[in-house]
Write a protein that binds this ligand. Sequence first.
Ligand code: ADP
Length: 275
Amino acid sequence: MQITATDVAYTYMKDTPFEKKALHNFNIRLKNHTYTAIIGQTGSGKSTFVQLLNGLLKPTEGEVTIGDWKIYKDTKEKELYFIRKRVGMVFQFPEHQLFDETVLKDVMYGPINFGKSKKEAEEISKEMLTLVGIEPDLYERSPFELSGGQMRRVAIAGVLAIEPSVLILDEPTAGLDPQGHEGIMNILFQWYKGSDERSIILVTHQMEDASRYAEHIIVMDKGELAMEGTPEEVFAQQKELEALGLGIPETVKLLKLLKEKSGDKKINTVKFTLG
Ligand code: ADP
């Protein structure tokens, strides 16, 4: 689904002495089936923006569209139900949301809640548990008996079982070791590649993930869009990135990584000078 934000602003605690403008003058257009990474310093508005994409927050100004659905100041809860069916969210530490008696029941909760029959919910839940690498012998276990990494996978399967078209990931591997991190990132990428109707928006501090998986990068600064483009285009702007507090050594490393990965002649022509 195509995603747009048009003249979007979001202010926390509007019309109070604590008013805080977190997002302003924000315009973006993402094509169907795109893997987008959002980077930027802490407090730049990344989480605020992604929460607008399924109506957890509603814009104080402007509008967001997800396919044919619109989210604006007065969008009703009833309409948000349909949007939440299409836009899945995986926050940091999603395993904190696990609650049911067994792994399988926990994953089935979402699809049943969104109108699937028990049989359909069971089918899709098993499919997603397989995708995330959870073996059938764990289905009847309590999710709380699993390891941290397994709990994270079950929680992700629960979001995928709703069959979203857009998956929002806000630091989905926080707290995992490098191996766990890579495992989850690969599973999510595999899910994305599984259908050309699927999109991912990943909020990350890890530039390496942005360059490795994303086709499009959005750079945010102080609640505004600072830069956007392909990883090659964005990481070539080292001076601008440095000015935004997103360091030089890393961008140089990432350009190398991209060059090695693609062997793309275009990247070889990118010029940068070390300060
Ligand atoms: P990021 O995800 O890039 O770290 P956020 O979207 O969380 O940025 O925050 C953007 C700005 O909004 C920051 O200045 C932050 O302090 C502020 N903010 C975030 N959440 C709240 C909230 N619940 N109440 C008030 N201000 C908030």
